[in-house]
Each structure stands twice: as C-alpha cells, then as structure tokens.
Design a protein. Structure first.
Length: 263
C-alpha cells in the first residue's frame, strides 16, 4: 500500500502578509498541517507529500521559505510542481534537492508502489497553462518507463473544463495534446491537478482526473455566464491518494467534527 498526500494552491506569502489583504494563507495551511498531524495515526503510513502548484502567491524566495517551514511538521518527502502563481527559478532554488537544475520543472519519482510524474504547465506571467513540447516528450518517456507500476501524474492546470467560466478562461490551453498522450496508455493511471480550488472528478481519455481543493480558499461553482469573478473565504482541506491494488482518493477536510458517538 502506498499513500500520497496532495496539498494544492496554498498561496503562501512571506510571514505576516495577507493575500488580497484578506486571506491569511499561512494560518490556513498551518491549521491543515495541524489537522493532519492530529489524525496521522488514523491515516496510516504516509509516503510522500505532493504539492500541485501555487505553493506561493507571488513567487518570492521568502514565500517558499515560509511554505517549507509550514509543512516541516509533516516530515514527508515533498515533491512540487509549479502553478501559475509560482516562479520557476525561485522555486527551483528552494527545492534544489528535488527539482531539475534547468529547464521545465518536470520529474519522476518512485514512491512505494507508485510511479509519480510531475509536469510543468507554467507559462510565467500568465494564469493559463500549457504543456510545452519538452514537457510532452517528458511525459511520453515517463509513461514508457513506468512499466507495470501504477502512475500518479500531477499537473497544476486541470486537463478538463471545470464549468467555472473565469477559471476555464485561464485553463490548460492544449488539453487535446495531453488527452492524446494518455489516451493510448493502458496501464493504471490517475491524473491529479489543482488550480480550480475545488475537488472535481472528471474523465480524461478514459482515465480518472481529480482536482484538489485548496486549504485557503475556493471558487463558487457558479456556471452562469455572468457569474461574479472572485474567491470565497473557505478552507477546503486536501486529498489523500491511496494505492492498494487500485487507486482510491479521499478528501481530508480542514476541521474535525465531534464524536464518534455510539449509534
Ligand atoms: Fe491557486
């Protein structure tokens, strides 16, 4: 059994700073890390932490240092991919032991039974994302090399339309390229992503793709054409992906209820 915790879209700034003057994203991530620590015995052994982009709000070195200090209590091998708010070089420097020294921030890792693939869809300075030709070739090679191992593939921008208009307008520009790349793959493949601050499950060329919620905010699932553009102050937790002769994903909510009470 292999268990990979996925946290996404933490939007951390330097210590004490607030996103949009309103969101204390460090406090929110700190609460989630505490929550995970509180239930760690219940979850069983965790093998790795995958962070699917927008670790930082502003791409600053200070924000990555703050992020690392906040997740330190998890004490997990940590693998990161960039989101549209991240900046490649400061992120590369902050995670020098886990990221390539140059080029796109693509990587593969063997974590227990799982082959983890991280893909870089960042177009610096823009909200939208693209799978570059370099990253596409990287993905094709990584899938070939995975052999019989189940694959957990991560990218920041969802390879599906989510129905929230203003987020789809800054989505993955070449979803068709990614779909073609995984369509013929016959192994066990689960695609995970972030960006839309909502947990959604979608079909992508016959594979299941799941987007993670954000610990700090969400976007209303409002599919009206004139839907307001903005974020909601809602802490939504994270995901745990488990491989045990098949993939299973659960959401870890940000707050504990009381109980359990006898029936
Ligand atoms: Fe985000």
């Amino acid at each position: 059994m292999t268990n990979v915790l996925q946290i996404s879209d933490t939007h951390i700034l330097s210590k004490g700073a607030m996103v949009s003057g309103r969101l204390d994203t460090s406090d929110a991530l700190g609460r989630l890390v505490t929550r995970i620590g509180d239930i760690r015995d219940q979850l069983g052994k965790l093998d790795a932490l995958l962070v699917s982009g927008d670790l930082s709000e502003d791409g600053s070195a200070e924000s990555y240092a703050q992020f690392k200090s906040l997740i330190a209590p998890l004490n997990l091998p940590t693998y990161v991919i960039p989101g549209n708010h991240d900046a490649r070089d400061p992120m590369r420097t902050a995670f020098a032991d886990a990221l390539p020294a140059n080029g796109p921030l693509n990587w593969t890792r063997q974590v227990g039974d799982i082959r983890l693939i991280g893909l870089d869809t960042l177009v610096e300075g823009q909200g939208l994302g693209t799978l570059s030709s370099d990253s596409l070739y990287f993905l094709q090679d990584a899938l070939l090399e995975a052999g019989d191992a189940p694959v957990l593939m991560a990218l920041h921008h969802p390879p599906f339309a989510c129905g929230i208009g203003f987020m789809d307008s800054i989505g993955l520009t070449n979803k068709d390229v990614l779909r073609d790349a995984v369509a013929a793959y016959s192994g066990r493949l689960r695609i995970v992503c972030g960006h839309i601050h909502n947990m959604m499950v979608s079909d992508v060329a016959g594979h299941i793709a799941i987007s993670a919620p954000s610990p700090c905010s969400t976007f209303a699932y409002d599919r009206r054409s004139g839907a307001p553009v903005g974020y909601m102050t809602q802490e939504d937790g994270c995901l745990l992906h488990c491989w045990n002769a098949g993939f299973q994903t659960i959401r870890i909510g940000p707050m504990a209820g009381s109980g359990p009470f006898p029936f």
